[in-house]
Write a protein that binds this ligand. Structure first.
Ligand SMILES: Nc1ccn([C@@H]2O[C@H](COP(=O)(O)OP(=O)(O)OP(=O)(O)O)[C@@H](O)[C@H]2O)c(=O)n1
Ligand SMILES: C[C@](O)(CO)[C@H](O)COP(=O)(O)O
Length: 374
């Protein structure tokens, strides 16, 4: 499944006021939009901007696809959907640029719900009493049963939401309204009180306070693994196939580097190790490609609200020589985990011909990772 994110940021923020449209205003030293974009990590992002903001946007986000927005939010969304047509994308998340505090946990819940529904969106149950009012006087109360406060990102299967937007006459409040008009069922997933939309001038002070009050929740884990050499003509290390005069022995593909990294992530989460999640006694994992284990560990981290800050994998062997492959290995691990390559390090050392690695009986690997609550 290939998922893209559309971040709509072409509005003028008239209710928020200020010298710049709200998404370009500063919040704790960075623009609102930089905070928002950062929350989606290495996902494919289409950023919808106002044509007047092109230079600013291209300078700050050189790696993102920029699309010009329209007169309304819905038109801005449609322009981005049209730009994705013909790509490999089969799911899309549509998010307000003005919601910079969206968490990994909310993003993960929306994506997970798309496995079972054509559309899904986060929302919060209304808990206050609701009144109707006029001229400063309460005119009556409104039953709040079954009422929700809608948030973004709102997630959809791509062809369905493109068709729905094309068919919609306009005037919808959000993409869920567009999807429902096309007959799509929309699942509600749990939103987050912190996932507020900056709308009025006072919201910026609330946002600053929220960022200040966020306690850093940092987890560190380590992993260690060993696999013995066996007969063979290649081995897998950190997801890269390397021709060699020996193979590595193991129940799975014996990718010792990826196993150490996977265990480091489980360790940081206090979730045991690979063996707990993929028991070697279970024949279905015989010969399994180790990216399954790493993808599971990182998904578990996201589910719990953590993202990878960085990781460092060291391979201990005399041969094969790792240097020529190290960058490819880091890129492959980063791809599997959905993070920027700059967060992943792969390096190697020999053991100076000492011990089992020195005698070329096998390869050992040590990995460390840091996870931060997003
Ligand atoms: N023509 C538009 C209008 C809105 N948006 C985006 O949609 C999100 C939610 O809209 P809202 O909070 O209403 O933003 P603005 O339209 O900018 O605000 P205002 O209504 O106060 O002018 C924002 O990230 C905004 O930039 C957009 O991309 N294109
Ligand atoms: C899409 C939205 O953020 C859902 O809550 C919202 O409808 C868009 O903002 P607006 O203030 O209603 O224009």
């Amino acid at each position: 499944m290939s998922t893209a994110v559309i971040i709509v940021a072409a509005g003028r923020g008239s209710r928020a006021g200020g010298d710049l449209p709200k998404q370009w205003q500063s919040l704790a030293g960075k623009s609102v939009l930089e905070h928002t974009v950062a929350q989606f990590g290495a996902m494919q992002i289409v950023l919808v901007i106002h044509p007047e903001d092109r230079v600013r946007a291209a300078a700050l986000f050189p790696e993102l696809t920029l699309v010009h927005g329209g007169e309304t939010r819905a038109q801005s969304v449609l322009n981005a959907l049209a730009a994705l047509e013909g790509s490999q994308v089969d799911r899309v998340l549509i998010h307000d640029g003005a919601r910079p505090f969206v968490s990994q946990a909310v993003i993960t819940r929306v994506i997970a719900a798309l496995d079972h529904h054509p559309a899904a969106a986060p929302a919060l149950v209304v808990s206050d009493a609701l009144w109707r009012g006029e001229a400063g006087l309460v005119q009556g109360t409104q039953d709040r049963a079954g009422l929700y406060r809608a948030q973004t990102p709102q997630g959809f299967r791509f062809p369905e939401i493109l068709a729905a937007h094309r068919a919609h006459p306009g005037g919808a409040l959000d993409d869920v309204e567009v999807a429902r008009a096309a007959g799509l069922d929309v699942a509600i997933v749990e939103g987050d009180e912190e996932n507020m939309k900056l709308t009025y001038p006072g919201d910026f002070a609330k946002g600053e306070a929220l960022l200040k009050g966020r306690k850093m929740d940092l987890r560190v884990g380590n992993g260690y693994d060993v696999h013995a050499f066996c007969e063979g003509d290649h081995l897998w290390l950190c997801g890269v196939k390397i021709p060699h005069s020996k193979g590595l022995l193991g129940h799975s593909d014996a990718d010792v580097g990826m196993h150490a990294l996977t265990d480091a992530i489980y360790g940081a989460l206090a979730e045991g190790d690979i063996g707990r999640h993929f028991p070697p006694s279970d024949p279905q994992w015989k010969g399994a490609a180790s990216h399954i284990f790493l993808a599971h560990a990182i998904a578990l981290a996201r589910e719990k609200g953590y993202q990878l800050a960085n990781c460092d994998v060291t391979l201990v062997c005399e041969y094969p020589k790792i240097g020529p492959h190290a960058l490819n290995m880091a890129a492959e691990l980063a791809r599997i985990m959905g993070v920027e390559t700059s967060r992943v390090s792969v390096k190697a050392t020999t053991s100076e011909r000492l011990g089992f690695t020195g005698r070329e009986e096998g390869i050992a690997s040590i990995a460390t990772c840091a996870l931060v609550k997003a």
